[in-house]
Design a protein around this ligand. Sequence first.
Ligand code: DAH
Length: 345
Amino acid sequence: MQERLKELQGEALEKVSAAMDLKELNDIRVAYLGKKGPITEVLKGMGKLSAEERPKMGALANEVRDQITQGITAKQVQLEEAQIQAKLAAETIDVTLPGRPVHTGNHHSLTRVVEEIEDLFIGMGYTVAEGPEVEKDYYNFEALNLPKGHPARDMQDSFYITEDILLRTHTSPVQARTMEKHEGKGPVKIICPGKVFRRDNDDATHSHQFMQIEGLVIDENIRMTDLKGTLEVFAKKMFGEEREIRLRPSFFPFTEPSVEMDISCMICSGEGCNVCKKTGWIEILGAGMVHPNVLEMAGFDSKKYTGFAFGMGAERIAMLKYGVDDIRHFYTNDSRFLKQFSIHE
Ligand code: DAH
């Protein structure tokens, strides 16, 4: 009996030391120390022992139990510790790992250019004005000194909705609307960005829908030199301080005199290249002194007030500024194109 108990102790402790996890350890505890375990089984034979041997065997049985219990407890501590360590190792955060980049959207390159131009003029005291994209023939043409049947209407092929309503062909109607709201009182100093529409076939430089930015200043004693100075500031801020400007005579029904502004080519600095078509100059916008008829129609006294106006295509400005060779890139939303202007990457 004594030998059997020692044998069981040895066997149990061997299994304990080999146990891989807490579950296995608990199974060993149940198997050896439980009521149906082999030790209990051995002790059932105690009745056959002599009165002398019985307490000795009892003491030995207790000792064997204690040894196994101790072994189990020690192993349990060891396994628990190992479990904690394993958990810690698995949950370790490597703070030196670079973070995953978060892909955020950003403003479209065209929006960016429009905002830059807006900011520039806001800095000069202008406010931003807006008008409807579906416009009355009156504001789009008539109030701008383009009565029905005027040949210059052909300069802008229009999408008519009814006989009197069309998709605006330029942002100039916002001039007429703003002046009307001022009820003959200056000063007026606005910049108006917006979508415009023309019956053009889309190609690298034409789009049936594009963005224009219009400027209008009306006050007493506004002169052509004010226009020139303003445009010069604009050109230098947008395209570099070394840019020069030149004004060429032109024609717009709503301005008199009318001009077109060129800037010295920023690619070749005037030497002559493909962008400036070997002329050294790039056409940027149309402008002029507000025609007295336009002032009068909007309720301004053209003897007291004068003004200047200008209008430009935002895509053209963006194309020149960023070297974009096809206007359609702004609308086809190819993310490879858009990402080039990302400020986040
Ligand atoms: N509205 C003209 C266009 O779309 C551009 C323009 C030219 C606007 C001269 C103006 C201006 O205000 O003064 O072609």
